[in-house]
Design a binder for this molecule. Structure first.
Ligand code: KG4
Ligand code: ZN
Length: 348
């Protein structure tokens, strides 16, 4: 089965083709055009700029994706697009193109939940069996989920304020590092003294699996405000402190989720991390150790498949098509679309 996936929910215009055979899945083409230059002057994503940039680029990007894969449109078995959650302008651009192609080529269309795509991405690379425990940490979301199957998600915890990636981005802006903040902080933190600036670990030690990062941001702001300027050493040490504090908070909450998972799913074998923040090497090392101590295997996609991409959308489409699930051409874009509607709190 060969599926095209289109991703336009935030600030990456992306398309990919994933093929699946009895030998396992393979990525035949995976193209990402970041819009970071357009958003960088504003220190964050500007929805209107994102929507126009998707509109300008997507047609040509999808055509190139087919060319790279060496496949005609007729060879596809399905066309998937991220239909939410995300910025509505981009979601309209991506789903409209996917629907138009599906209609013209008489192929099934799949409206993919972007969070589900992150959640299933580890299965594209490693053949992780259900159920597994998932830490999904990105720019817009920070959740712990039990993934029991395609479409079967139980949310164990979520953020009460900012997402982990948002905390990286906001801290980076305060420190004077470029957007996106996560990779910038990871680079800047190298060789830094993470102990020099004491930062809070919000929620650490409390029961449950919820996160909070706004206190961390406030603490960084106060440190920066208390100094006239930051020199290179200050920036390195502060970046190291921020990276360590966010990792500590993520690992502490994940440890509580591991206890829940082992009690409720003794048959479960894996702890999985996904979303842009899962590209962070320090976090990955910490999660490897946490999983090992709990007798679980750790899996995470390679960093290029942690941040937003079309391959995860194509793969989620593939997983749904395998179960006979597809969507009508009237499926709406959904700016808010929680993975576990039963959990309180709406779309985050
Ligand atoms: O999954 P993603 O590409 O987009 C969303 O769905 O939000 O995640 C983007 C987020 C940004 O906040 C970015 O700063 C963060 O992931 N990020 C990282 C790293 N790479 C990306 N955070 C920490 N370390 C990284 N290496
Ligand atoms: Zn994402």
């Amino acid at each position: 089965m060969i599926v095209l996936g289109i991703e336009t929910s935030c600030d990456e215009t992306a398309a990919a083709i994933v093929a699946d055979s009895p030998a396992g899945p393979s990525i035949r083409a995976n193209l990402v055009e970041a819009q970071q230059c357009e958003h960088a002057p504003y220190g964050g994503v500007v929805p209107e700029i994102a929507a126009r940039a998707h509109l300008d680029r997507l047609d040509a990007l999808v055509a190139r994706t087919l060319t790279v894969a060496g496949l005609p449109l007729a060879a596809l078995d399905g066309i998937a697009a991220a239909a939410g959650p995300g910025l509505v302008g981009g979601l309209i651009v991506g789903t409209m193109l996917a629907k138009g192609m599906a209609w013209a080529a008489a192929k099934p269309f799949v409206a993919v939940n972007h969070l589900e795509a992150h959640a299933l991405s580890a299965r594209l690379v490693d053949r992780i069996a259900f159920p597994y425990l998932l830490l999904l940490a990105s720019g817009g979301h920070c959740q712990l989920l039990c993934v029991a199957g395609v479409g079967r998600y139980r949310r164990l915890g979520t953020t009460l304020d900012d997402a982990a990636g948002e905390a990286f981005d906001k801290a980076a802006k305060l420190i004077g590092l470029p957007y996106p903040g996560g990779p910038a902080i990871e680079r800047a933190a190298c060789g830094g003294n993470a102990e020099r600036f004491p930062l809070p670990r919000p929620m650490k030690g409390r029961p449950g699996c919820d996160f909070s990062f706004s206190g961390l941001k406030t603490a960084v702001r106060q440190i920066v405000a208390a100094r006239q300027t930051l020199d290179a050493r200050d920036r390195t040490d502060l970046a190291a402190a921020v990276e360590l504090a966010i990792c500590d908070a993520l690992v502490d909450r994940t440890a509580n989720a591991v206890l829940w998972f082992r009690r409720h799913h003794p048959e479960g074998r894996s702890l999985v991390a996904a979303g842009g923040v899962a590209a962070n090497a320090r976090l990955r090392r910490r999660l490897v150790a946490l999983a090992r101590d709990a007798g679980l295997a750790f899996a995470a996609p390679p960093p290029s498949l942690c941040t937003d991409n079309g391959a995860m959308i194509a793969w989620a489409g593939r997983e749904r098509l395998r179960l006979g699930l597809c969507d009508g051409l009237d499926a709406p874009p959904r700016p808010r679309w929680p993975l576990d509607p039963a959990a309180a709190g709406g779309g985050r």
